[in-house]
Design a binder for this molecule. Structure first.
Ligand code: NAP
Ligand code: MG
Length: 462
């Protein structure tokens, strides 16, 4: 794993202004695998200046030219697919198969989708006696988390570049190495100097400096609701646009007519994937009272198969957080049917795949985002009760509905206060808008909706 000891600024790797570094730790064995600069406010300022200076020329390029750079970026990422997967395995702890199939493959797909969209999007439209131009919003400050480290970078940087914006990225401190690989790919793809800049660093230092910078036009943030709220307030005070992808506590609603075994098994797999560190995970399973014990049994059997196969969580801090939630679940009276707070291994940040039954909607583990391999199973009386429970959190990011026929599931899904719902196990669609209702966020990522976030309109009347 090669770590750059500089920040990527104005088209080159340059030394950071301060002496501080961040140690990157492998969560499987707790070994330090690299060091990257802890950027300062001065580094962020230099990066924003570079992005500002590069903006006029990049914003003026023909969309086809930006599409060509994005296609080259997709190819540069594809050429590094193995290295990306190995890097995500090393710094996040993702099992090799997941790292290849999701962490490395998905960003290539998304970069490719924006190469296409840049070439085909209607950046100009006629409305009566007006011509409406969709123009880049300007300099983008992107702040990303560690759970899908490259996907979250590409889901911001690719549409920003497609729109004609320039970018300063502050990636998560726990996963900076894959961000450096991304910068290498952008460089190789011929993205002009200053159009993309990378400042590694700590959230409250480099992240905050970027969010507060007066010369940033749009802050796009993915992470916790606590930090998102702060970034939203700062941006609001400066009258700048903000996009927030925050937490979730999504419901997996299994209606009585559904294939119960399939719905429970897919639901367990959904929560255990990426060691539960997925903001859109269906962490609350809702089962009809009469099928409840059967569902709990199926879930217990399903989760036993995971045993050692899931990876660790990202850090000691995250492990402590997840374990304290498991302890809270026990203390509040939920029934532990698998897993528990004890570490399954001596070394590494592992958490046992955990399932709670007899969870009531008001319990902490049914309300707050745990971000670990922990499934809660709740029972409902009838459809209205299921809907009340499903909608009964501050979040609204994702969800699932299972029913004997699709129409029944769709009717229920239409009443859910949430941004994405998978019907009878529907597949993830990298072109569908992704984002939250309620406190799960503001704005949408992916596809045309994700591109529109980085554009503003100018109307010319004739
Ligand atoms: P976080 O603290 O919100 O971090 C997200 C990003 O924001 C990171 O790059 C972080 O830097 C940065 N940041 C932190 N404080 C900041 C500040 N004051 N100003 C500007 N940027 C700041 O989230 P986390 O620590 O990675 O995870 C905590 C919890 O957030 C998780 O347990 C989970 O509940 C939630 N989460 C949600 C998502 C999602 O996709 N919706 C993703 C990840 C986490 P550092 O890396 O240096 O902290
Ligand atoms: Mg943090």
């Amino acid at each position: 794993m090669k770590a750059h000891d500089g920040i990527y600024l104005d088209g080159a790797w340059r030394p950071a202004t301060g002496p501080d570094t961040i140690e990157v730790v492998n969560p499987v064995d707790e070994q330090v695998i690299g060091r990257v600069p802890a950027g300062t406010a001065e580094d962020v300022d230099a990066a924003v200046r570079a992005a500002r200076a590069a903006l006029p020329a990049w914003a003026a390029t023909a969309p086809a030219q930006r599409a060509a750079r994005l296609a080259a970026l997709r190819d540069a990422l594809a050429a590094r697919q193995d290295e990306i997967a190995e890097t995500v395995t090393a710094e996040l702890g993702a099992p090799a198969k997941l790292a290849q199939a999701v962490h490395a493959a998905l960003p290539i797909t998304v970069a490719g989708s924006y190469a296409e969209l840049a070439a085909t999007y209607a950046f100009e439209e006629k409305v009566g006696n007006s011509t409406v131009h969709h123009e880049p919003i300007g300099v983008v400050g992107a702040i990303t988390p560690w759970n899908y480290p490259l996907h979250q970078i590409v889901a911001k940087v690719a549409p920003a570049l497609a729109a004609g914006c320039t970018v300063v990225l502050k990636p998560a401190e726990d996963t900076p190495l894959v961000a450096q690989l991304f910068a290498e790919a952008a460089h190789e793809a011929g993205v002009p100097a200053g159009v993309f800049n990378l400042v590694t660093g700590l959230g409250p230092v480099a992240g905050q400096a970027l969010a507060e910078h007066l010369d940033v036009d749009l802050v796009s943030f993915t992470g916790s609701t606590a930090v998102g709220r702060q970034i939203g307030a700062t941006a609001g005070a400066a009258v700048k646009k903000v996009a927030l992808e925050l937490g979730g506590k999504s419901a997996n609603v299994i209606l009585p007519s559904a294939d119960l075994a399939k719905a429970v098994n897919v639901g367990v797999a959904n929560v255990m994937s990426n060691s539960g560190q997925t903001c859109s995970a269906w962490t609350r399973m809702l089962v009809h009272r009469e099928q409840y014990e059967e569902a709990v049994g199926i879930a217990a059997t399903a989760v036993a198969k995971y045993g050692d196969r899931i990876g660790p969580v990202v850090s000691a801090k995250q492990r402590a957080r997840v374990r304290s939630y498991i302890e809270k679940g026990v203390a509040e009276g939920a029934r532990l049917v698998a897993g528990g707070p004890e570490s399954p291994r001596e070394r590494g940040y592992f958490v046992s795949p955990t399932v709670f039954a007899d969870v009531t909607p008001d319990m902490t583990i049914a309300q707050e985002e745990i971000f670990g391999p922990v499934l809660t199973i709740l029972s409902y009386e009838d459809e209205e009760d299921a809907l009340r429970i499903a909608n009964g959190t501050v979040y609204g990011l994702a969800g699932a509905v299972w029913a004997g026929d699709e129409e029944e599931a769709v009717a229920f899904a239409r009443r859910m206060d949430t941004g994405q719902v998978d019907i009878n196990g529907g597949r993830f669609n990298p072109l569908a808008p992704f984002g939250g209702y309620k406190q799960s966020g503001v704005g949408r990522e992916l596809g045309t909706h994700g591109l529109a976030e980085y554009l503003q309109t100018k109307s010319l009347q004739f």
